[in-house]
Design a protein around this ligand. Sequence first.
Ligand code: NAD
Ligand SMILES: O=C(O)C1=N[C@H](C(=O)O)CCC1
Length: 263
Amino acid sequence: MSENIKYSVVVSGFKGAMGQYTVQMVRNNPDLELVGVYSPHLSSTDPTTFGLEKNIIVANEATQLPKADIWIDFSVPSSVFENVKFAIKHGYHPVVGTTGLQDSQVDKLHVLAKEQSLGGLIAPNFGLSAVLLMQFAQQAARYFPDAEIIEMHHQGKKDAPSGTAINTAKKISKARSQKATESMENSNAKFARGLIVDGVPVHAVRLPGYVAHEQVLFGGEGEALTIRQDSFDRKSFMSGVALACKKVTQLSELVVGLENILD
Ligand SMILES: NC(=O)c1ccc[n+]([C@@H]2O[C@H](COP(=O)([O-])OP(=O)(O)OC[C@H]3O[C@@H](n4cnc5c(N)ncnc54)[C@H](O)[C@@H]3O)[C@@H](O)[C@H]2O)c1
Ligand SMILES: O=C(O)C1=N[C@H](C(=O)O)CCC1
């Protein structure tokens, strides 16, 4: 980061599993300064209730947040669009980890950010292992058009399939040079065969003990290839979030995917 520049940050969804890690990451990062946190339905807005310094604004309405350079969002799929729209309109550079944005919503946010020449990043996964898995899967799909995805997450996950799995399926679909062998539309066992995302079956598992994991299975004639990544700890996402904070103020548009800002 350039010398002596400290970026101010607000964290939306600060009480959630990812929000809590993010708050710690920002507080421990000498290049970042936490100035506000946001979550609706709070019983108290006293920062000390949440173990935060007195000068940090705790807001249960976005309009109460202080101005800042960066808005990090780890909220819920049903709120992320409105949150990011608010962030862009108010000049915060968005760093968005929350999943569940529809393509049409991403398009709208892209236009909004462009109108304001404001850089931002939406990343369905901030983990390096997942980013690499998606890239390897894209490469493999050129030669193995037949692929299926199994994503496995903790039981508290609100959305299914995961944002990463949807993104992986899209990338496989784009990279395929041939159509997959089976026509999934004609399958008579739709539930057991998973949700078809861009022609790729996606199976979602929710179990205790799991954090975030994905496996892509490719099958060819007499051979198979399996690519797997495991996020065993939410700490694994934090270097990606920190990198996004470092880069996002230098972007002049909304970028999707951590791979686009990796050095
Ligand atoms: N991109 C990544 O690398 C990555 C990694 C992990 C999780 N995620 C995604 O991040 C999101 C959050 O995950 P989590 O495990 O922390 O979930 P969580 O349910 O533990 O936390 C979400 C928090 O958001 C709060 N919230 C509800 N409505 C809100 C609103 N309108 N504005 C702000 N906050 C609101 C909730 O009260 C809760 O505290 C999910 O979409 C998940 O898929 C992404
Ligand atoms: O824990 C979650 O929820 C995760 N969500 C993201 C997704 O939906 O892909 C990334 C991995 C963790």
